[in-house]
Ligand binder design. Structure first.
Ligand code: SF4
Length: 222
């Protein structure tokens, strides 16, 4: 959402030019597959993973399992969530969701080295909203967003934020407004740090900027 709220053309651009797989995204996907297998008790081929990945993903799986045991909740692994209250076009896949008495926990595994914060995290909020819509959850008192990120330098590898339905309802409104804006301005390209999550190589705005930069360099050369 962050990207398309900033650059309305990006969702349409990505339909024609999907982001090519990068090595770190492939590693992340493998780690998520392993996490799914561990949480569901499925077998996996250890030889396909290095020791660090196995140990990192074990940390995530143990975290989820102990939380589930503590809350005596219902665990959903790699749940396909649909944010139907905003649009049938919005969906995603949540790593782990625990539903317990009037409480929803969203747990996300991050394989990267940059610290991710749970507070007001748009991706985790999106999963929470999607879980509420998909599982038709009503009357929640507490919503908790968790991030498990074993590869960051920080000693504490977990980040947790407690919130409530009021916050998620305001996020739903924000999402709806961002979607309307994106639909109304679908030809508007806007370059920024969010391009990191997009296909810059095929982006006309980037090509144009590159051409301008080249012209500037030629004008400066003697
Ligand atoms: S690369 Fe950046 S400017 Fe181009 S479509 Fe993607 S987000 Fe928009």
């Amino acid at each position: 959402m962050y990207r398309w709220a900033k650059c309305p053309a990006s969702p349409y651009h990505l339909v024609d030019f999907p982001v090519p797989p990068k090595s770190y995204t492939q590693e992340g996907t493998k780690a998520h597959d392993l996490g799914e297998a561990m949480l569901l008790g499925n077998s996996y081929d250890e030889s396909q993973y290095d020791e660090a990945t196995i140990s990192n993903v074990k940390m995530y799986a143990q975290y989820v399992k102990s939380l589930q045991a503590k809350l005596k909740g219902e665990l959903h692994v790699e749940l396909k969530v649909e944010v139907s209250s905003v649009s049938p076009l919005l969906y995603g896949r949540a790593d782990a969701i625990i539903v317990s008495d009037k409480r929803l926990d969203v747990i996300d595994y991050k394989n990267g080295k940059s610290t991710v914060y749970a507070k007001e995290n748009k991706q985790f909020s999106y999963y929470a909203l999607g879980a509420i819509d998909t599982l038709e959850l009503r009357g929640l008192d507490k919503i908790v967003l968790h991030c498990v990120q074993p590869n960051i330098k920080r000693k504490n590898k977990f980040d947790v934020w407690d919130t409530d339905s009021e916050y998620i309802n305001s996020f739903r409104q924000e999402l709806s407004e961002a979607l309307s804006y994106a639909k109304a301005n679908r030809k508007e390209y806007n370059i920024g740090q969010w391009c990191f999550f997009c296909n810059t190589a095929e982006c006309p705005a980037h090509v144009e900027k590159l051409t301008e930069d080249m012209t500037d360099i030629q004008q400066l050369s003697f």
